[in-house]
Write a protein that binds this ligand. Structure first.
Ligand code: SF4
Length: 288
């Protein structure tokens, strides 16, 4: 629970505040950008929400915050906003919310699919969220992009008898994972899912291409608000930057229109524009 005695000084006075336990994961700024902003190494309330719609977004951010660093003065119930999760992004693709501190607040996603649902990386384990997944048909696969964003995947796997999919090179982060991927060849699951190994951020990093349109990118590729283009994380590259560039170049073989990352912003563009964005990202990476 956020501590009002530890509010960061930049907060605008009012109902919502951020305290000094913030880990600067960006989740609140993505969910409620009119309320939360970046002070450099943490978030703060730049402007108190105006109207019910903005307030609802701020409540969602409060719930999604991995460190419970967002609080409210007085008695405010966030319960009404809990039911919003998982939040639809489009069609059968959802953002789970309830980001986990264990994954430094990475985003996780849910795909509702007639042949069995997928979780992409894992949120905190909450019985409430598990019940929501259950009502949507449970989980068949849990795809883990890489070692950092495993969070409570094991608990969800146990709850649903789901199979965790991770590359062998990162598998020590998910002991007992049921499906271990090898090498760098693309690995299809049925007609709609294609796992693409993308070593670089970590040795076993992989991304998931769904229906040729949605690319779940973990910590390989994301949109940067500050730079205005797609990026990779040069300062958080644990295995090899040249390998990250090589893996990025391989993505040019695919025509996707969505980038859905663990950290950083989502991006949705016509496939031709996404291709140009990807080219720009590769050029930018080579200059780093
Ligand atoms: S979601 Fe929480 S931890 Fe993440 S930036 Fe916002 S206040 Fe900080």
């Amino acid at each position: 629970m956020a501590n009002a005695l530890k509010k960061v000084p930049e907060n605008q006075p009012g109902e919502f505040f951020v305290d000094s336990s913030c880990i600067d994961c960006d989740t609140c700024r993505q969910l409620a950008p009119s309320t939360f902003a970046d002070a450099g190494e943490y978030s703060y309330v730049r402007s108190q929400p105006v109207g019910e719609d903005e307030r609802r977004l701020a409540l969602r951010a409060l719930l999604a915050c991995p460190t419970s660093s967002i609080g409210t003065t007085g008695k405010v119930s966030a319960r009404e906003a809990m039911d919003d999760f998982p939040l639809p992004i489009t069609e059968e693709v959802f953002y789970c919310g309830f980001n986990a501190e264990a994954s430094f607040g990475a985003n996780s996603y849910f795909i509702h699919h007639p042949e069995g649902n997928w979780l992409i990386d894992a949120p905190r384990f909450l019985p409430f969220l598990a019940k929501k997944f259950e009502a949507m048909g449970g989980l068949r696969y849990i795809f883990l992009t890489h070692r950092d964003d495993v969070a409570d995947a094991g608990k969800y796997a146990e709850r649903f008898g789901a199979e965790r999919v991770i590359h062998r090179a990162d598998a020590d982060a998910a002991p007992g994972a049921e499906i271990l991927l090898e090498g760098e060849a693309p690995c299809p699951f049925g007609n709609d899912f294609l796992v693409l190994p993308t070593p670089g951020h970590t040795r076993g990093h992989c991304v998931l291409l769904y229906r040729g349109r949605f690319l779940f990118t973990g910590d390989h590729l994301a949109y940067s608000r500050a730079r205005g283009h797609l990026i990779a994380f040069r300062n958080a590259n644990w295995y090899s930057w040249p390998e990250t560039i090589r893996s990025m170049e391989k993505l040019q073989d695919y025509d996707f229109g969505w980038v859905l990352p663990g950290h950083g912003e989502r991006l949705h563009l016509p496939a031709s524009e996404m291709r140009a964005q990807l080219r720009r990202a590769i050029e930018w990476m080579k200059s780093r």
